[in-house]
Design a protein around this ligand. Sequence first.
Ligand SMILES: [Zn+2]
Length: 78
Amino acid sequence: MLPKSLIQLLEKHRDKIEGTIEDETDTGDGYWVYLRPGWCTDDIGLHTIHEDSAQEVVKAFRYVQPCTCSSCKRANGT
Ligand SMILES: [Zn+2]
């Protein structure tokens, strides 16, 4: 079960998050967030957020921005 903060993040940003947030904390691998085509992290072209804690995921998500990499451009047909 995802922590409340991540459920809220997911609800609020369904337009940016592909599918669900994957919780791998039981194996010590943290949380994985896959962004939809057209969005990336603070690094242009990086479409996955991987953090150890829910708090860090929420923090990293603040820097999600429109992505202008070639694969996003292709996906959006521009
Ligand atoms: Zn991209």
